[in-house]
Design a protein around this ligand. Structure first.
Ligand code: GDP
Ligand code: MN
Length: 346
């Protein structure tokens, strides 16, 4: 009764050959990492954490993408940290350059202005290409096309808790499309016209908006002005088929036409989040409370004591971002169908 069926449909009793006890079904999934050669050292820690906390027992592939060719050192360096398949890809030039309708002089001016104001990455041109790429293109890279689900990993992140199940299969089995750990507020100066542009898009495409979507997360008042809440996209476990869908591509193209990736500094986090909250049913979005996570400067640490007493986490519950003024986790849970987790670790 406890036999396991492997990918070929063969049946193995778990005790037959020990390794075959873990040949259970996998999702079509992998880790997607956009990175630069010089980030190798910071990336090593991220890969080590993901492998140690989860993937060494599951063997999902790693896909590394870069607007420049990866160096020999980079490739050798990451290969040493995993037994999984590793892919290295370069971003096509058309996905990391100015579309013809963007006025580059106007864009340069905008960067200078935002730089003077001291906004993070305000004067950075490459950061804008990166945000536009993460918003509109990573899910169409040829090396990702065989995948349904992805987990975004960045250099310098930490995972604080053992993950004793397969989050990709969790997504698949529960019809989840977008998963996050940290939700926060955006600097409005980086996205001053993102909401009005979105509103115009909705007006023209009302059929893209399901009734039971998660727009409660985006508004604090009846006026339906975006509160800048967004899911922090440096961690995402998501369904690539959503980003490849017509409704999302139409939205991305509409935003891209408006030029805000360059004239302002629209981030992929607000763009992904607004799309997920508007176009998905709210129960398709999931908060991975059990995934303790740090990306500088914020940490999400599961607060339930059992996670810590069982020895599975190494974070400090008093240091979780969730209770910070800037957190939007309360905005998520006040309207979500999923309940604030009370999960007890066996
Ligand atoms: P932050 O998290 O907003 O501070 O921005 P990061 O510097 O971490 O960039 C976000 C992600 O994009 C990370 O995975 C970076 O490695 C990657 N990234 C940022 N800029 C570039 C770039 O110019 N080229 C490449 N290949 N990756 C980049
Ligand atoms: Mn980062």
């Amino acid at each position: 009764a406890n036999a396991t069926r492997n990918a070929d449909g063969n049946l193995y009793p778990p005790s037959y050959v020990p390794q075959q006890a873990n040949v259970a079904k996998r999702a079509k999934a992998g880790f997607i990492v956009l990175a630069r050669n010089r980030e190798l050292e910071d990336l090593k820690g991220s890969i080590r954490d993901v492998e140690y906390r989860f993937n060494h027992k599951y063997g999902y592939p790693w896909i590394f993408l870069n607007d420049q060719p990866f160096s020999k050192e980079f490739k050798a360096g990451v290969r040493k940290l995993t037994r999984s398949e590793v892919r290295f890809g370069q971003v096509p030039h058309e996905h990391w350059s100015y579309p013809p309708y963007v006025d580059q002089v106007k864009a340069a001016k905008a960067r200078k202005e935002m730089g003077k104001k001291g906004m993070p990455y305000g004067d950075s041109e490459s950061y804008r290409h990166m945000c536009r790429y993460q918003s509109g293109f990573f899910f169409r890279h040829p090396l990702t096309l065989d995948l349904d689900y992805y987990w975004r990993v960045e250099p310098g992140i930490k995972l604080h808790c053992d993950i004793d199940y397969d989050p990709f299969l969790f997504m698949q089995l529960n019809n989840k499309t977008y998963g996050f750990t940290i939700a926060g507020r955006e600097f409005i100066d980086t996205v001053p016209t993102l909401w009005e542009t979105t509103r115009d898009f909705i007006t023209q495409h009302p059929f893209y908006i399901p009734k039971s979507n998660a727009d409660h997360f985006l508004f604090d008042t009846e006026q339906r002005i975006w509160n800048t809440c967004h899911f922090w996209s440096n961690f995402e476990i998501g369904d690539l088929r959503f980003w490849r869908s017509q409704r999302y591509l139409d939205y991305f193209n509409y935003l891209d036409r408006a030029g805000g990736f360059f004239y302002e500094r629209w981030g992929d986090a607000p763009v992904h989040s607004i799309a997920a909250a508007l176009f998905l049913e709210k129960d398709q979005i999931h908060h991975f409370d059990d995934i303790g996570y740090t990306h500088h400067p914020w940490t999400h640490c599961p607060k339930h004591q059992d996670y810590h007493n069982s020895g599975r986490c190494d974070c400090d519950t008093s240091n979780t971002f969730d209770r910070h003024d800037f957190s939007c986790l309360a905005e998520w849970y006040r309207g979500a169908t999923e309940k604030v987790p009370t999960h007890v670790v066996p």
